[in-house]
Design a protein around this ligand. Structure first.
Ligand SMILES: *[C@@H]1O[C@H](CO)[C@@H](O)[C@H](O)[C@H]1NC(C)=O
Ligand SMILES: *[C@@H]1O[C@H](CO)[C@@H](O)[C@H](O)[C@H]1NC(C)=O
Ligand SMILES: *[C@@H]1O[C@H](CO)[C@@H](O)[C@H](O)[C@H]1NC(C)=O
Ligand SMILES: *[C@@H]1O[C@H](CO)[C@@H](O)[C@H](O)[C@H]1NC(C)=O
Ligand SMILES: *[C@@H]1O[C@H](CO)[C@@H](O)[C@H](O)[C@H]1NC(C)=O
Ligand SMILES: *[C@@H]1O[C@H](CO)[C@@H](O)[C@H](O)[C@H]1NC(C)=O
Ligand SMILES: *[C@@H]1O[C@H](CO)[C@@H](O)[C@H](O)[C@H]1NC(C)=O
Ligand SMILES: *[C@@H]1O[C@H](CO)[C@@H](O)[C@H](O)[C@H]1NC(C)=O
Ligand SMILES: *[C@@H]1O[C@H](CO)[C@@H](O)[C@H](O)[C@H]1NC(C)=O
Ligand SMILES: *[C@@H]1O[C@H](CO)[C@@H](O)[C@H](O)[C@H]1NC(C)=O
Ligand SMILES: *[C@@H]1O[C@H](CO)[C@@H](O)[C@H](O)[C@H]1NC(C)=O
Ligand SMILES: *[C@@H]1O[C@H](CO)[C@@H](O)[C@H](O)[C@H]1NC(C)=O
Length: 445
């Protein structure tokens, strides 16, 4: 900063928010504290309080220390420019006791953000969740209580998020909740662990109770769901998506709560590349009975609802464990408890032009519960070849040397376009670790 700027800074500064009319420009406290890491959350909060209605909030190209929760909701006609780094503290005990509830699965968030007619531009800036501390603390477990989502976009209408980068998210990177007309363009998420512990639960983009969502251009490198449309996500259109690692693109998981049925309709995922992932393009529901499943936050199952009019189009898979799947007991499969009991109806789901390679001898496993067989499930130009077949190598540890398409309870199977050549067993969760044999069991490798 030159002297002239500094003089301006001193005269107009309000906290560390420089306020010119309706524009609030943020500078970090560390600039005047000899680089000391002072919490910038109070000034960030103040900038949104001052300029969050009919105004602009600018994060300058500096490092901002975010040591306490941010709640910047109910913005109105506000533009946000993120030109610096938001560096979240790794004070795990603090976040676990102070992060803000997002209700779903008793989960929490570090930053609750939202409003009406809001634009968020990540102009070279980024959100650094410093997630390595969380990955190490999590030790490959699932949904640890109090582990915060990086950013939750809540109660928003006409929200546009362009160029947001989230690196090393603590948990889910972005979550859209109770909102409508929300678009994300040019989203970048990278959760990569440098320790022996993985990035479980670092989803890229999740949505819940939201309508009319749009995603164009996303690169998501992670250890869990790339994009997950959870309960009551309707009219989501996502295109030009690159997913690496993790568990692919999904509708779900849904059907967790009996008191709030999940209606997921009118969703299209188009032009997607999925590389080195456990899953590809799929739908996952809980079983029809309530089972204590501590791995997923709390009790779950018994939820009902409807999944209808879902399209997965133009997918390229590369080394994907389960490229195409429907499971109706994703968290109870291995215990074989109630897999056939789900009353969550799934219908009218299309996979069109899906190509590439599977890790094992399974291209697809489509399982609908005995309670709710599925009409209108179709494949059109699905061509998945296993990695080994492309190398003229055999599959190991199995008596099946061709590509398997498993089906159970698909109505109108003959007209479905699915080359069903084996029954889909009721013991598949979303993960398989080896080839499948002719009894339908996956070998563990
Ligand atoms: C914000 O702008 C809208 C119109 O653009 C106006 O109706 C409203 O009064 C303004 N609010 C404030 C607090 O200035
Ligand atoms: C967040 O801020 C809004 C005001 O914008 C307030 O109504 C709400 O109670 C706050 N939520 C939490 C969890 O602090
Ligand atoms: C949600 O946003 C609307 C404005 O669109 C506002 O009136 C309402 O108070 C907000 N609800 C909460 C819980 O913040
Ligand atoms: C993702 O993060 C890891 C670890 O920081 C880094 O090595 C890798 O280059 C990043 N990937 C991209 C595409 O930025
Ligand atoms: C944790 O899970 C990741 C995959 O997400 C795996 O690569 C890693 O080996 C696991 N770590 C341990 C110690 O089991
Ligand atoms: C998405 O990426 C393509 C290719 O880089 C680019 O042409 C297009 O403008 C991008 N879309 C948006 C909304 O930025
Ligand atoms: C979904 O919306 C319906 C009403 O359309 C409601 O009854 C149900 O509780 C909602 N479910 C969730 C998960 O919000
Ligand atoms: C799904 O799309 C159709 C056609 O655009 C529309 O009529 C219907 O209302 C949509 N359903 C939902 C739940 O938004
Ligand atoms: C199905 O959803 C797509 C958007 O994903 C929409 O364009 C189409 O109109 C819907 N079809 C019906 C029959 O609702
Ligand atoms: C299947 O889909 C077609 C066209 O999308 C529709 O006309 C038909 O009614 C659907 N059948 C069922 C059983 O849902
Ligand atoms: C399916 O993909 C394989 C490998 O990419 C290719 O050799 C084969 O020609 C394709 N089949 C069809 C029917 O497109
Ligand atoms: C594919 O072949 C390689 C090399 O022989 C072998 O190590 C691997 O286990 C095979 N993969 C499967 C899924 O059978």
């Amino acid at each position: 900063m030159n002297l002239w700027n500094f003089a301006l800074f001193v005269t107009l500064v309000k906290g560390w928010v420089v306020n010119h009319g309706t524009t609030c420009t943020l500078y970090p406290e560390s600039l005047t504290h000899h680089g000391q890491e002072v919490d910038d959350s109070p000034s960030i909060q103040e900038a949104f309080d001052t300029c969050g209605t009919n105004g602009t909030v600018v994060f300058t190209d500096n490092v901002f220390h975010v040591n306490t929760v941010l709640n910047t909701t109910n913005l109105l006609n506000c533009d946000v420019y993120l030109r610096g780094e938001l560096r979240l503290s790794t004070n795990i005990p603090y976040w676990r006791t102070h992060a803000i509830s997002v209700v779903l699965q008793d989960q929490v968030t570090a930053w609750l953000f939202g409003g009406t007619n809001v634009n968020f531009y990540g102009q070279g800036g980024f959100y650094n969740g410093q997630g390595q501390a969380w990955y190490n603390a999590n030790r490959n477990e699932s949904n640890q209580p109090g582990r915060p989502m990086s950013m939750t976009f809540y109660n928003s209408t006409n929200l546009h998020v362009d160029g947001l980068s989230v690196i090393q998210p603590q948990f889910w990177a972005t979550f859209v909740w109770a909102s409508q007309n929300v678009s994300f363009t040019n989203l970048f998420v990278n959760a990569t662990s440098d320790s022996k512990w993985g990035t479980m639960n670092c989803d890229g983009y999740d949505s819940w109770q939201s309508d009319n969502l749009y995603i164009e251009n996303a690169t998501i490198i992670t250890g869990d769901d790339c994009i997950a449309a959870k309960g009551n996500t309707t009219n989501l259109y996502a295109k030009n998506i690159y997913c690496e690692g993790g568990t692919g693109i999904t509708i779900g998981s849904i059907g967790q709560y009996p008191e709030t049925p999940d209606y997921n309709m009118n969703t299209t995922f188009e032009n997607v590349k999925i590389k080195n992932a456990m899953d590809g393009a799929y739908i996952k529901t809980w079983q029809g009975t309530r089972i204590y499943t501590p791995s997923n936050g709390d009790w779950g199952g018994g939820g009902t609802g409807l999944v209808k009019n879902i399209t997965f189009r133009n997918f390229e898979m590369e080394n994907v464990g389960l490229p195409i799947q429907m499971s109706q007991c994703v968290y109870s499969a291995n215990s074989d408890k109630g897999c056939n009991t789900s009353t969550l109806q799934i219908e009218d789901v299309k996979w069109e032009n899906i190509r590439g390679t599977s890790r094992f001898n399974v291209a697809s496993s489509i399982y609908c519960s005995d309670e709710r067989p599925c009409p209108n499930i179709t494949f059109d130009r699905v061509n998945i070849t296993s990695v080994n077949t492309t190398r003229h190598l055999p599959y190991y540890g199995t008596d099946v040397q061709h590509q398997i398409f498993q089906c159970t309870n698909i109505l109108g199977q003959n007209g479905s376009g699915i080359p069903c050549n084996q029954a889909a067993p009721s013991n598949f969760s979303q993960w398989i670790y080896g080839n499948v044999d002719s009894s339908g069991l996956a070998t563990l490798t």
